[in-house]
Design a binder for this molecule. Structure first.
Ligand SMILES: Nc1ncnc2c1ncn2[C@@H]1O[C@H](COP(=O)(O)OP(=O)(O)O)[C@@H](O)[C@H]1O
Ligand SMILES: [Mg+2]
Length: 395
């Protein structure tokens, strides 16, 4: 435990996150304290800081093993560190606070490659994952203790290094009677299932597959837009069942958890195959977007049927967060296929669905400086829970 952090008094923590969509930095300021039945948490400020023009493209190039260059990777690591630090100032400002009033920063960084499967080489066997946006830069710019690189400790314990939000879901959303599932719809869809009155080891969590990643890529190709806002175009189309089935045949979907995925499997190559096949078959833009949306819906439905229902037998509530919570059509489809589960957004439970992941890394940073584990072996596949992250001291 880092001395000075074993207080039970309220602390103000900034959480910084950029997900697989690489659309910008989500920056949240929380007040975290203790109450009788667990944590008390308020979101004091939040902002999404869009990436400068060209940065997303640079990240896509560097993330792809065919186009990535080590000099670009090194540069982006530091440039992102600077941009994350700037986002921290913007978040503090949005909360009406100065940086001197912030106790701690937790920064997830930007994943550029995620290879969770263990491979044996050179007499060792390990998975690998890489998040950039150096936390030392953030600590130096802000003067605030910064925790970064949350995934490595879990990978070192034989886990996938993902998903990491489930422990925070457990802390914030567990319910004495209801079976709840939390679904974050970022580039990738992450599901956390909380049985009624759960213990940490009862939590089931994994990545179901793509959320917005394919939808966004199809929108870029067909609408020259970064997204299908509210799912308005998909709503007008009809999914091509055989194309949905083609993607759902990817072996990832039938693999039992623990499992996590990313752009390596559902990135631009998967999307361009889908767009090409759709165009060859004469599908309209609306049909292609309906198809991409249906892939997301059905992969989540299948994951619930295959891996969730056998464990919990019923699902009372599905609480959605992430940018996909703004896609009304996607939510309607999910509500239909997962009925009778009641579908809501995390906003309905008092936590902004845009801020939720950034908030989670603020909470995880607090655990780290207290020497408490933040991972769930049931979610990541590690041999035991790990204290996550690297602590960078300013000064
Ligand atoms: N109004 C909207 N309608 C539909 N989709 C949206 C909307 N706003 C955001 N999104 C989707 O959410 C994505 C970003 O979600 P986010 O949770 O930030 O993902 P990530 O964690 O991968 O960065 C966008 O790429 C877009 O696909
Ligand atoms: Mg994002």
């Amino acid at each position: 435990m880092l001395s000075g952090f074993h207080t039970t008094q309220d602390r103000r923590i900034i959480g910084l996150m950029s997900g697989t969509s690489a659309d910008g930095i989500d920056a949240a300021v929380i007040r975290l304290g203790e109450k009788d039945d667990g944590l008390s948490l308020d979101v004091l400020g939040f902002d999404t800081v869009a990436f400068p023009t060209g940065l997303r493209h640079g990240l896509m190039e560097v993330s792809d093993s065919k186009t990535g260059r080590i000099d670009e990777l090194s540069r982006l690591h530091f440039e992102l560190g600077e941009l994350f630090a700037r986002a921290a100032y913007i978040a503090a400002d949005s909360a009406g606070l100065t940086m001197e009033e912030i106790d701690l920063i937790g920064s997830h960084g930007q994943t550029v490659h995620h290879l969770p499967e263990r491979v044996g080489r050179f007499g060792v066997e390990t998975g690998a994952t890489l998040q950039i946006g150096d936390p030392s830069v953030i600590a130096q710019r802000t003067g605030v203790v910064t925790v970064g690189d949350f995934r490595a400790a879990d990978v070192a314990r034989g886990g996938q290094g993902a998903p990491l939000v489930p422990y925070v879901d457990f802390l914030l959303f567990r319910h004495p009677e209801k079976v709840r599932a939390l679904l974050n719809l970022g580039g990738i869809a992450n599901l956390t299932v909380l049985p009624a009155d759960p213990k940490p080891e009862d939590v089931l969590a994994f990545d179901t597959g793509p959320a917005n990643m394919l939808i966004d890529a199809v929108a870029r190709a067909e609408l020259e837009s970064d997204m299908d806002a509210d799912g308005a175009t998909a709503r007008l189309g009809r999914p091509a069942e055989y194309l949905v089935a083609d993607v759902l045949a990817i072996p990832y979907f039938e693999r039992p958890p623990p499992k996590s995925t990313g752009r390596e499997l559902f990135g631009d190559r998967c999307a361009s195959d889908l767009v090409r096949a759709g165009r060859e078959a004469g599908l309209s833009s609306a049909d292609l977007l309906a198809t991409a949306t249906e892939i997301t819906v059905r992969s989540i439905e299948d994951a619930c049927r295959r891996f969730v229902m056998p464990v919990v037998t019923r699902l009372d509530e599905l609480i959605v967060s992430g940018g996909g919570a703004r896609n009304g059509f996607l939510l309607e489809r999910l509500a239909r296929v997962l009925a009778p589960a009641e579908v809501s957004t995390s906003d309905d439970h008092g936590l902004s669905s845009d801020a939720k992941e950034a908030v989670a890394f603020a909470v995880l940073a607090d655990r780290t400086v207290r020497g408490l584990p933040g991972s769930l072996p049931g979610a990541t596949g590690a041999d035991r829970p790990a204290v996550l992250g690297k602590i960078c001291l300013p000064g």
